[in-house]
Design a protein around this ligand. Sequence first.
Ligand SMILES: *[C@@H]1O[C@H](CO)[C@@H](O)[C@H](O)[C@H]1NC(C)=O
Ligand SMILES: *[C@@H]1O[C@H](CO)[C@@H](O)[C@H](O)[C@H]1NC(C)=O
Ligand SMILES: *[C@@H]1O[C@H](CO)[C@@H](O)[C@H](O)[C@H]1NC(C)=O
Ligand SMILES: *[C@@H]1O[C@H](CO)[C@@H](O)[C@H](O)[C@H]1NC(C)=O
Length: 263
Amino acid sequence: MPRRFMAEKAGAGAGAGAWLAMLLVMLMLLHQPVQAQRTCGVCTFQVVSGQVLNKTVGGDCGTGCTVLDLEDFGFSSIADGALTASDLTSMTQLYMGTNQLTSIPTSISELTSLTYLYLNNNYLTSIPDGFFDKLTNLTRLDLSGNQLTTGDPLLCSCPAGFFPQLSLGLYTCQPCPPASFKSAPGTANCSACSTSPCDVGQYRQACNSTRDGECGECTNKMAGETVYVGSGYPYDQNACAWDCKAGYMLRMDESCSAYCEMV
Ligand SMILES: *[C@@H]1O[C@H](CO)[C@@H](O)[C@H](O)[C@H]1NC(C)=O
Ligand SMILES: *[C@@H]1O[C@H](CO)[C@@H](O)[C@H](O)[C@H]1NC(C)=O
Ligand SMILES: *[C@@H]1O[C@H](CO)[C@@H](O)[C@H](O)[C@H]1NC(C)=O
Ligand SMILES: *[C@@H]1O[C@H](CO)[C@@H](O)[C@H](O)[C@H]1NC(C)=O
């Protein structure tokens, strides 16, 4: 009886050992990154030793590389040449959230086609001034969950035509609302377009998101001995009041003739 009991005990012990080994294997498997590499166009990215992100396949990533998802990939820095603008000319969306970046990779500032940039949940403490100046198509920038020292919504430097807005931790560059503009990149908000009348003979041309409505020459007057006597009316229409020059008078057909002709 004691013998059988011992045998049973030994058997139970062996079973527990096997379970423990299996559990360890499972834990090891779980601990490995879900994907060992991420691809973008013809390129492949991988995290090499020391939590360094590197491009392991491909030189020029080609036009097929438009969206690069490096979310939750376990890197803290990026190898030289792994994210160069010349290779990534078509990249419009870059997801780098949930990694261990302590500084923003410089090369990102050259990825001029970017529209979405996610850098949320890293360890960024600052963003260099004017960093996003060349990213003129950037409309969405997520810097939430970092250690940026200021909660200033204007931290996000937006391209010309866009103003920075912070909502629920997400910094976005919103297009200037109609009738407002921002001519230079930066942290400024959009300004209302000018609506004041222009000088005589000029009207205010259309304003767009990057340029205030400037005064341009009216072209509505009749050819001949005519002269403008007012500015665009309404202020933004190529419709300036005009009259005949001194010494001329307006005829029924809206042409101007010298007084003597009428005699
Ligand atoms: C990154 O990859 C390139 C090309 O494969 C290699 O030359 C370079 O040494 C790598 N850098 C790091 C930090 O691993
Ligand atoms: C920005 O977007 C516009 C409109 O989609 C596009 O024509 C232009 O090429 C883009 N600029 C860059 C640098 O990708
Ligand atoms: C910027 O301007 C927009 C539109 O006029 C406005 O909604 C927004 O609150 C402004 N942002 C700041 C930070 O003033
Ligand atoms: C705004 O107008 C200017 C001048 O007409 C033009 O150069 C610029 O490209 C326009 N910007 C946008 C965003 O349409």
